[in-house]
Write a protein of this length. Structure first.
Length: 329
């Protein structure tokens, strides 16, 4: 998406945004030009129309982000270009600003399919807080690429009076009584579970290049699973303790906590109490703490967090560990 005033398309007001200029326009000159262009567009398309559609929950589906909803009012007259006035709050999916091309094209295709130009598009994005009546109105023009496909939107502020002049009748720019707020989406919760270390992705450590140059290759991973080691090293913290003992404590604490319905946010204290009772050394207590306070989080293509500890476990041949995942209740 290009910002207002950029690109090579000629906008619907018939004025070339890329016309050469001797000097870059100042902010005041640019604002004046936008105002003049908006006024010219209003004058060009002004005609007596009547409202033929008032859909308070018009929806436009998006492939990866659900759908956008907004109030759609359509003003039409024989032989005149349709005018669409759209109003949206901030919790209705992709915004009218970010999805201007898609939303306008959907209205064009569904409600004005026989017209060779998209409807004149007036948007009002209702931000948080009580809006001023008639504020925030924008005239949006596009460079047309193909029927029902739009590009290069450009926004110009217009007044409620200019909108009324455009359609020659009063326009209600509120969200409308038929607005149905989206139900609050549940927040994901953190869950701990045990996982076979050999199923973790190959780490790509970046903080300890001397002892973790390129992660653990598959052959070494399986060798260590067959012949684990408890040897510690002085090269780094991740190789400096017994991950076998730490994971035994972590898995045992998690099993006990699951039976007792201990919440995920209480797992650090729960596990530390048992580690202290078992006589864990300082490194083991710190490592155990990390598995619940800063847990390993696997991702489909690697790690969200924890690849250095995963590398240490793989090098030691640890067979099972505790990982965290975010799930929706």
């Amino acid at each position: 998406m290009l910002p207002p005033g950029k690109g090579t398309a000629r906008h619907d007001d018939g004025m070339d945004e890329d016309a050469p200029q001797e000097l870059p326009p100042s902010r005041s000159r640019a604002s004046a030009t936008d105002a003049q262009r908006a006024e010219a567009t209003v004058e060009r398309f002004a005609a007596r129309r009547r409202r033929t559609l008032d859909d308070h929950m018009f929806r436009v589906p998006f492939q990866f982000s659900g759908s956008a909803s907004f109030r759609l009012q359509l003003f039409t007259a024989p032989g005149q270009r349709s005018v669409a006035v759209v109003t949206q709050t901030m919790d209705e999916g992709p915004s009218l600003t970010n999805a201007a091309e898609t939303c306008a094209a959907a209205v064009w295709k569904q409600h004005c399919p026989t017209e060779d130009q998209p409807p004149v598009w007036i948007q009002r994005q209702l931000l948080s807080g009580p809006p001023k009546p008639g504020s925030g109105l924008k005239l949006v023009t596009f460079g047309q690429a193909a029927p029902y496909e739009l590009r290069a939107p450009s926004w110009k502020t217009i007044s409620a009076g200019q909108l009324e002049t455009l359609v020659c009748c009063p326009v209600d720019t509120d969200r409308g009584s038929g607005y149905v707020p989206a139900e609050p989406q549940p927040e994901p919760v953190q869950r701990f579970e045990t996982m076979a270390v050999c199923r973790l992705a190959r780490p790509t450590p970046f903080r300890e290049p001397s002892c973790m140059p390129a992660g653990t290759p598959w052959w070494r991973r399986w060798l260590r699973q067959a012949v684990p080691t408890r040897r510690t090293r002085s090269c780094c913290w991740y190789h400096g303790g017994d991950w076998h003992q730490v994971n035994r404590m972590a898995i045992s604490a998690l099993a006990e906590a699951t039976r007792a319905n201990v919440a995920a946010e209480d797992m650090v204290d729960f596990a530390q109490e048992r580690a202290t009772a078992a006589g864990a050394d300082p490194w083991q207590r710190q490592a155990l703490d990390s598995l619940f306070s800063d847990p390993i989080e696997p991702a489909p293509d690697g790690y969200v967090n924890g690849q250095h500890r995963a590398e240490g476990m793989l090098d030691a041949g640890v067979r099972r560990t505790v990982v965290a995942r975010w799930v929706y209740p």
